[in-house]
Design a binder for this molecule. Sequence first.
Ligand code: C5P
Length: 399
Amino acid sequence: MAVKEKTVVIGVTGSISAYKAADLASRFTQVGFRVEVIMTEEAVQFITPLTFRNITGRPVVTTMWDLASEFSVEHVALAEAADIVLIAPATANIIAKIASGIADDMLTCTVLATKAPVVIAPAMNDNMWANEITQENVTRLKKRGFSFVGPGYGRLASGKMGLGRLTDLDEIYGVTLQVLGKKKGDLAGKKIVVTAGGTQEAVDPVRCLTNHSSGKMGYAIAIAARNRGAIVTLISGPTALPKPAGIKFVDVKSAEDMLKAVQEATKKADALIMAAAVADFRPAKPSSTKIKRVDIKDLTLYMEKTPDILGQVKGDFIRVGFAAESDDVVNNAVDKVKRKGLDLIVANDITEKDCGFGTDTNRVTIIDSKGKTEELPLLPKSEVADRILDRVGTLLKKR
Ligand code: C5P
């Protein structure tokens, strides 16, 4: 999704967590959104408009009565400009006002007048959140298509623990992009299964054989697909990466686990993208007890082949494989497209600097089932992900 021409309107209301909205405004600005911030009168008590102005490079709206503001003349201008509205933090008060159709300040006017999707991230005292009046308002808004993210559980302004905190910012950011993708994305409604990370094959209850995969490429594909509106299942081997928001996450360890998860997830899939570095071999007879150093002089592991997931999984969906090669990259990949019956293979030379395992960039060649190649320059993995999804999108349209 090209975010460059997209406008996110961030509504900030009066909560101690209002300072966190500055981080959200920064994230959207950094990836290229035009960010328009509307603050309620109460929000201005907690954080200054100047903070948002400097982060977004845009004027900040705090009142309808500022004659110098371009928005006060056309009081629904932001409602029309918005591709998405995010209210974070959202107090019980703003939720109640929106649920009742009140439009007595710029934020509520904008929400009432907009046709864009609205995401609400509540933040309030736990009793206020649990109050049936608030819950009824939330249910009413959900029925009308408003999306909610959070609140989270943790320390509240009162000092006690409870459910009411502004939820994790990654979650708010991810869900907002997902909601926008569902409305405007080119993969809206497509079911895409992505695998990522390396598998772990047990030697004994303590040890395993694995590889250097960080999972970054697969996670980037899952996130990009979510942002383009796809319904994503991410099947991941152990990685150090945070679970992306708005994605069904299935964690697995071994190739065998991954096979079962892929078979289950692809029952209704439109595409399977296997970015995982699946072990090709595993110890044939893992020991059920820890192998002890004192018992043996040296150790030979007898290895057997793991199931070939891509080769084995049945169904009518687009199949995309990865080929991490250290030599003769393109020829090996062309061979793999045919052998595994793939629609596309993404080949990369893992010996190159800035490419492959653990890096944030990748240089890949995409090869189709006829052997036609598309060589991409060195790009951030997020952009490589979008280029792969462009190709998947084209294939899906042809079906
Ligand atoms: O043959 P090779 O392991 O290089 O093939 C790589 C592609 O096949 C990757 O997309 C990987 O996820 C997938 N694969 C698989 N099952 C295996 C090994 C690899 O699906 N056992």
